[in-house]
Design a protein around this ligand. Structure first.
Ligand code: SAM
Length: 355
């Protein structure tokens, strides 16, 4: 059934936090009332988070990857990627400089690099935990067995980011080689939750072949998972991947989906991503105004930044961490919000499953 989008539908989403598939499809397909949608999303975020924007210091510690995702610039088959990995000491230095800048959450992200065995990851996490007992430690290192996730948790990690990428198995199969499975990715997310991590899921907007129905499936999957963080950014082309030549995802559609996410998941931590800042010079500011409440400045050593090139023209590869901090702080302030540097825990309703 085709439904015409109306202001009433958007007001009901803001009120009830959900819509039937037909209305969600109409909303995804039309930007006619984006102004209203963004205003309501901003109101919703202010109800729960005021004008606060949380900061996560991102340490991209290896761009080696055993996987071959068709969209990703650090995929195994990209022979022109210059590979690097950081030592434990280098990672500790990045975190120390972030701590000095006031950051109280570190995100350790990498490709799926077999060099970092569970023992090595646990050693790094334990060292960070000992050095920074007041900080949240987030891992984003891909799909692992449940026992590995448990070992990292026991070593001191407490958050994990693993975008589900797409909840539709047909579309998943168009973005990944047959060796990767959507069921395993979802299994990982539920395992992480069960162990006790704060979990981040999410997806790219505008991957080749993605339909509005696929996006509805993403929302339905997230309603099941109730992730603490939801990372949504535009798909961005990388010239050395099978998707070279495919267009970038749509900026307005990404903003619209971020706003819908805020209205469906009022409690969520929603980052204004680097990809959003790459696709539009004021992308992160506009993301904040559409419901985002997290920014992720880069703490990786500048000499490696350009090598963690997930897509072409990625921003924030040239500045030192301190410059990144002041640039982001100014952008957040210009958008009408305020950077806060505590651990930035999720704010769910007491006793509720996530609304
Ligand atoms: N290996 C870990 C994993 O798979 O979760 C973490 C690193 S992975 C590079 C981090 C995220 O980058 C992915 O979840 C994906 O959504 C995003 N990404 C990769 N290639 C991208 C592209 N071309 N455009 C936008 N985002 C991309």
């Amino acid at each position: 059934m085709n439904v015409n989008l109306s202001e009433k539908i958007i007001l009901r989403l803001a009120e009830e936090g959900d819509l039937p598939d037909s209305e969600l499809l109409a909303l995804i397909g039309s930007g006619e009332f984006d102004g209203l949608l963004f205003r309501l999303a901003d109101l919703k975020r202010r109800e729960r988070y005021g004008d606060e924007v949380f900061v996560r210091g991102l340490i991209e510690f290896s761009n080696y990857c055993r996987n071959d995702c068709y969209y990703c610039g650090i995929r195994r088959s990209n022979g022109s990627a210059e590979r690097y990995r950081l030592t434990k000491e280098e990672i500790m230095e990045c975190a120390a400089s972030g701590y000095g800048l006031g950051y109280r959450t570190f995100v350790l992200q990498s490709g799926e690099d077999p060099y970092y065995t569970d023992d090595r990851i646990c050693e790094i996490v334990a060292a960070l935990r000992a050095a920074h007992p007041d900080c949240a430690i987030t891992l984003s290192i891909g799909e692992k067995p449940k026992e590995s996730y448990r070992a990292y948790f026991e070593a001191g990690a407490n958050r994990y980011l693993l975008r589900h990428e797409t909840a539709d198995s047909g579309h998943y199969g168009k973005l990944h080689p047959a060796s990767m499975s959507p069921d395993n990715r979802k299994r990982c997310l539920f395992d992480l939750k069960e162990i006790g991590y704060q979990v981040g899921a999410g997806f790219m907007v505008g991957t080749p072949g993605q339909t509005a129905e696929n996006l509805v499936s993403d929302f339905r999957f997230m309603q099941e998972l109730r992730p603490d963080m939801i990372g949504i950014g535009p798909f961005m082309t990388h010239s050395q991947t099978p998707f070279a030549g495919c267009p970038n995802g749509s900026f307005p559609l990404t903003l619209r989906l971020l706003a819908v996410t805020r209205l469906m998941f009022p409690y969520a931590l929603i980052p204004a991503t680097t990809a959003l800042g790459t696709i539009h010079p004021l992308g992160r500011e506009q993301g904040l105004k559409a419901g985002c409440n997290v920014v992720m400045p880069n703490l990786s050593p500048v000499r490696f930044r350009k090598k963690y090139e997930l897509y072409d023209n990625k921003i924030c590869t040239g500045e030192e961490s301190a410059e990144c901090r002041s640039c982001l702080e100014a952008r957040v302030a210009a958008a009408g919000y305020r950077v806060v540097t505590d651990v930035g825990d999720v704010r769910r309703d007491p006793g509720a499953a996530g609304r």
